[in-house]
Design a protein around this ligand. Structure first.
Ligand code: C5P
Length: 247
């Protein structure tokens, strides 16, 4: 069955401080979304690419249309939809626009412009082998602790206090593209659409919705180059990686 790739590009990008949607922010002279589109097409896994852009935005939609014109008839179909207030809302909008009969869906962040083709291939292969959900991930280098705000006298010492330490060897930093059997992902998102607002606000990736249904989520190696551009420092790192790769 055909595979579709959803690219979520509807984020505001306020943490990057460019005063424009994050997917439009230039990296080595080209918008982040253009890098992501080239990466998806280059990976050769998609029959359809569905891009969620910010509501009311025309720049990113226009970018998708001119990108589509560069390709011949063998290229994936590119569909543009309006995203929503949260990442999950944006994914839901995109899922509603998938071609009938789509078998597998890969959901990818526009904010990961340098994801190597190998990562797309590993995710797609796991789906072909029968996984209903698969995510790329890398080991965590920092020790991760949970904290809570301090109360009473303790608040005069510091703002937060440690409540626990996770076992680092078991932790993974999760990336995209995350791959799913289409019906599984649709079902998970339909259920999450009914969650109360505070629970919905805690949705940070698609796999956690599938996990909540009890469906096994498999893990394949991600890649450090698949970093998510969030802060100006990430943009510097990505510029350097591109310059080194081109040298
Ligand atoms: O904000 P964060 O870095 O987690 O966003 C990850 C991805 O989700 C980005 O590519 C962003 O454009 C996308 N997003 C979206 N719709 C939103 C919020 C984020 O498509 N409402």
């Amino acid at each position: 069955a055909p595979t579709a790739v959803v690219i979520v590009a509807a984020g505001s990008g306020t943490r990057l401080g460019y005063g424009m949607p994050k997917a439009l922010v230039p990296l080595a002279g080209a918008p982040l979304l253009l890098h992501a589109l080239r990466g998806v097409v280059g990976a050769g896994v998609a029959r359809q690419i569905c891009v969620a852009v910010p509501p009311g935005d025309s720049d990113l939609g226009g970018l998708c249309r001119s990108f589509a014109e560069e390709f011949g008839v063998d290229a994936p179909v590119i569909t543009v939809v309006e995203g929503g207030a949260t990442r999950a809302d944006s994914v839901r909008s995109a899922l509603a626009a998938l071609a009938p009969g789509t078998g597998h869906v890969l959901v990818h962040d526009a904010a990961r412009p340098l994801t190597p083709a190998d990562v797309f291939a590993r995710v797609a292969e796991a789906l072909d082998r029968g996984a209903r959900a698969v995510i790329p991930a890398v080991p965590v280098v920092d020790t991760i602790k949970s904290t809570a705000p301090t109360e009473g006298e303790a608040s005069a010492i510091a703002g937060e206090i440690v409540t626990g330490t996770a076992v680092r060897e078991q932790l993974r930093a999760v990336q995209t593209p995350q791959g799913f059997d289409a019906a599984t992902l649709l079902g998970a998102h339909e259920q999450a659409a009914r969650w109360p607002a505070e629970q919905a606000a805690g949705i940070t990736d698609d796999a956690m919705l599938v996990e909540s249904l009890g469906t096994p989520v498999y893990v394949v190696p991600g890649d450090l180059r698949s970093l998510k551009i969030t802060t100006p420092m990430d943009l510097h790192l990505a510029e350097t990686l591109l310059a080194t790769a081109g040298a």
